[in-house]
Write a protein that binds this ligand. Structure first.
Ligand SMILES: *[C@@H]1O[C@H](CO)[C@@H](O)[C@H](O)[C@H]1NC(C)=O
Ligand SMILES: *[C@@H]1O[C@H](CO)[C@@H](O)[C@H](O)[C@H]1NC(C)=O
Ligand SMILES: *[C@@H]1O[C@H](CO)[C@@H](O)[C@H](O)[C@H]1NC(C)=O
Ligand SMILES: *[C@@H]1O[C@H](CO)[C@@H](O)[C@H](O)[C@H]1NC(C)=O
Length: 669
């Protein structure tokens, strides 16, 4: 295999250096960064903007569905839950793939606290005296697939009456109180949907419940949805800092660790089992507003008379997890990073979640290597990241970001995430707003796999009745640490959504072949979008960021806020501040037009571009607040964060938006 342009792994990404060493390297790298600016590497002097475009065309023409289907089949041969031997094998598969391509590859391992099920049993005791043991595995489930469970649920045994609480939201409990139903001391049955898993459990505990059984509506496979119930992200033993081998870790009994886990045990159950329980309930009629899929088949919320005998035994274990990286060094600005990331660990076989994305990542690596062999090198450094233990709470990516946060803060241009890449038809994207224009441009270059002669853009417009790029306020994949903790602009993309085999043993290669993407052309489309976005971010002499979208988005937030507040609160300062930001964004746009063009040897022009690019890159960081959100300090981004917080503290948001737009504005000046 050819060894073109493959740089040595940079020491900055290692987890083993002590703090002092890290600092030393950071300083060294800053110096090196400046050095590269003054003395451009002569590695690829032939690259110009024009032939960068030519290389992007080659990228698009080298797509193949056969490689994608092969990668996916290989990755999904065995279930590969994080911390297991099979999971290590997928890490080696990805690493070997990168190495075989001649890419500079390295691994960063962490020791993280994970959670596995030892024993589960649930039996029902009906009023007529008969009992029924529930089957808590899936039909045809192989012994190698982990039994359905909630990671980090505490162990516990209870014997108590059952009650149905709908989605387990605050308002559902209010409805129950209105009916005169007291759930205290009960096992609650709830359906998944409106609240996070952990949120359902905590709310149940607040209302005095002793255990939770959670089912997912509308699953015709009778699969059971596994998932984490941990609060927060990353290894619970190192909250907020990188999990280095010799570094400090909290003990299991530390209050900061304990508060991450629910206080009552829970288990996921199948729709079928939920039906058996709910049909046996008496007491109050199910309120009309709770009508759901199951509603037609049962009529009462309880309490009881059915009793549940529930036992769950958990094993918490410190396990080794493996993040794999391939680095393609930039020839002009090697100290600027464009990162593409996807997790690799899966609850079961992981064909959709996440290995459709892993297959796309591996194919992008293959195609970038083809470009390198025809003479291309990116202007900025591209880093391909394969994360571990995402399913437990974004553990691999969060530890890595926490460990490298200062370095990423000064050098990361954008993080492009793809998790469940292919779930069905239709393209979906979520992004920080300055990337909207670029995403739209790229959708015009990628063919829609489901309709001949149309590109993604055209179908997208037809399907959603307009461009609809969502925002990244959730905490549901590996972009969270990059954006919400480190303030790095980010994108998350996928084809299709709400796939029925989510977190079940049926998320297999077979399902992908039968339903998700029989011809692997949707995989081709995602790989094309992802790879081309990264090429534009890595190769464009001026970063393709437009902050006018950002100000429009902020204005929308403020309008929404205005509708919710009475006259006693003035939004004037924040409105003025957004206007300032809009003016600065307009100025940056004009400068962008002035400075764009081909690669130049004009030293002054280079400096001006570098300076504009730095402003464009760092503006997102301006929204960070060192102290973080009130009560959730880990979340540093004051504009984009989990919606729950958004609803809770208007005043803080107004002040925060004011402060951050002021700061971004100053940064732009
Ligand atoms: C529910 O019952 C528990 C004890 O059985 C009691 O402490 C609690 O106050 C009751 N809650 C309501 C809302 O009545
Ligand atoms: C007892 O009640 C349950 C639930 O209502 C029902 O499924 C079962 O058939 C009943 N058993 C007998 C022996 O009546
Ligand atoms: C509950 O189940 C456990 C076994 O899982 C059993 O040992 C216990 O006796 C049961 N309790 C009741 C009240 O049936
Ligand atoms: C690749 O796509 C072509 C054309 O759509 C199709 O005929 C072929 O079966 C696909 N191959 C795989 C492995 O899905």
């Amino acid at each position: 295999m050819a060894q073109p342009l493959s740089p040595k792994p940079t020491t900055i990404f290692s987890s083993h250096s002590s703090a002092v060493l890290t600092l030393f390297f950071l300083i060294l790298l800053c110096v090196l960064g400046l050095y590269t600016l003054h003395h451009p590497k002569s590695a690829s002097p032939s690259i110009t903007s024009q032939n960068a475009l030519h290389f992007h065309e080659i990228f698009l023409s080298t797509a193949t569905n056969t490689t994608l289907s092969t990668y996916l089949r290989d990755l999904t041969l065995h279930p590969h839950l994080a911390g297991t031997q099979a999971s290590l094998q997928t890490a080696q598969y990805v690493e070997n793939h990168f190495k075989d391509l001649g890419l500079s590859t390295h691994t960063v391992d962490f020791e993280a606290l994970l959670s596995y099920p030892l024993h589960t049993s649930v039996s029902l005791h009906f009023q007529n005296g008969s009992t029924k043991d529930l089957i808590l595995t899936e039909p045809g489930q192989s012994g190698r697939v982990v039994n359905p469970y909630h990671a980090y649920s505490p162990s516990g045994s209870v014997f108590a009456k059952v009650v149905f609480v709908n989605y387990g939201r605050e308002e559902d409990y209010r409805t129950l109180v209105g009916l005169g139903v007291n759930v205290s001391g009960c096992v609650v049955v709830a359906r998944r949907g409106e609240v996070s898993r952990g949120g359902v459990i905590r709310k149940a505990k607040e209302n005095g419940a002793v255990a939770v059984l959670l089912y997912t509506d509308g699953d015709k496979f009778n699969g059971i949805e596994r998932g984490t119930v941990m609060r927060g992200l990353g290894d619970p033993l190192t909250p907020g800092w990188g999990d280095v081998e010799t570094g400090e870790k909290l003990g299991l009994e530390d209050s900061d660790v304990l508060k991450r886990f629910p206080k009552i045990p829970s288990l996921p159950i199948s729709v079928h089992n939920a039906e058996v329980i709910l049909r046996s309930l008496e007491g109050f009629k199910v309120p009309y507003e709770w009508k759901g899929t199951l509603q037609s088949k049962f009529g009462n919320v309880g309490v009881g008379p059915t009793l549940v005998n529930f036992t769950y035994q958990e094993e918490k274990k410190v396990a080794k997890i493996h993040n794999i990286f391939a680095v393609i060094r930039g020839w002009e600005e090697s100290d600027r990073y464009v990162l593409l990331g996807n997790h690799r660990d899966a609850w079961t076989y992981g064909a959709v979640d996440p290995n459709s994305g892993t297959a796309a990542l591996l194919d992008i690596a293959r195609r970038y290597t083809l470009l390198m062999r025809s003479g291309w090198a990116p202007r900025r450094t591209i880093v391909l990241c394969s994360w571990d233990a995402e399913e437990f709470g974004m553990v691999g990516s969060t530890e890595w970001v926490e460990h490298n946060v200062l370095n990423l803060g000064s050098k990361a241009v954008a993080y492009l995430n793809v998790d469940c890449a292919v779930q069905g038809p239709g393209f979906f994207a979520r992004a920080t707003p300055q990337l909207d224009d670029l995403i739209i441009e790229v959708t015009k270059k990628i063919k829609n796999p489901d309709s001949e002669r149309m590109d993604i853009y055209e179908t997208w417009v037809a399907m959603n009745g307009g461009i609809n790029i969502q925002r990244l306020s959730g905490v549901d994949s590996d972009y969270a640490a990059f954006l919400q903790h480190a303030g790095i602009s980010a994108v998350d993309m996928y084809y299709g959504r709400d796939f029925p085999v989510y977190h079940t043993a049926f998320d297999s290669y077979d399902w992908m072949l039968k339903s998700g993407d029989p011809l692997f052309q949707r995989h081709v489309a995602v790989a094309g979008m992802w790879g081309l976005l990264a090429l534009r971010l890595a190769d464009d002499p001026i970063l393709p960021f437009n902050y006018l979208s950002y100000t429009a988005q902020l204005q929308k937030h403020v309008n929404a806020l205005g509708n919710l507040l009475d006259d006693s609160v003035s939004l004037h300062p924040i409105i003025l501040s957004i206007q300032d930001l809009a003016a600065a964004a307009q100025g940056a746009e004009e400068e962008r037009k002035k400075l764009r063009g081909t690669v130049t040897t004009d030293y002054l022009l280079k400096l001006k571009r570098r300076s504009l690019n730095d402003k464009l890159m760092l503006a997102e960081r301006g929204f960070l607040d060192a102290e973080g959100l009130q009560g959730r300090q880990w979340f540093k981004h004051l504009v984009i964060y989990p919606p729950l917080v958004f609803i809770l503290c208007f005043y803080m948001i107004i002040m925060a938006m004011y402060r951050s737009t002021q700061r971004v504005f100053k940064n732009k000046q």
